[in-house]
Design a protein. Structure first.
Length: 154
């Protein structure tokens, strides 16, 4: 058997041996319960948010777990303390500019920009499509304040 890679999205610290993991792991002859326990240990810090996980099973049935960074939207949901965003103009939550900077720094290596100010604007742009305000104002206004320097980004 060559190396097998399984990519999945799981809720941090709460993966189970049910679908999608159990059916994918079962035919590989590895102990799904032990693998799920490894995943839950590795994703504990992301409790309550969805994270990408890569499970690598080699020819000797050795399992390696790689945890990716959660999607920006999941980090925003966690910072805003809401269950989920909305696709409508309805406001469901708020984050501070400091929280937007924290998310941008966390995601910097995965974003297409290498300038913190632009990364923060991408995070704020994601807030716009989720019904999340920034400092109590619309994301569009917040982006204008970042660009004008009114919100200091260091």
């Amino acid at each position: 058997m060559a190396e097998i890679i399984i990519n999945a999205m799981v809720e941090g610290g709460s993966a189970s041996a049910g679908p999608p993991l159990g059916p994918a792991l079962g035919p590989l002859g590895v102990n799904a319960g032990k693998v799920v326990a490894q995943i839950n240990g590795a994703t504990k810090e992301f409790e309550g948010i969805t994270v990408p996980v890569k499970i690598i099973v080699d020819a000797k049935k050795k399992v390696t777990i790689e945890v990716g960074k959660p999607p920006t939207s999941q980090l925003i949901i966690k910072e805003a303390g809401v269950e989920k965003g909305t696709g409508t103009p309805e406001n469901v939550g708020n984050i501070t500019i400091e929280q937007a900077v924290k998310i941008a720094k966390n995601k910097m290596e995965q974003l297409t920009v290498h300038d913190l100010k632009k990364a923060v604007n991408q995070v704020i742009g994601t807030c716009n499509s989720m019904g999340i305000t920034v400092e109590g104002i619309s994301p569009k206004e917040a982006i204008e304040k970042v660009n004008s320097g009114e919100f200091k980004i260091e």
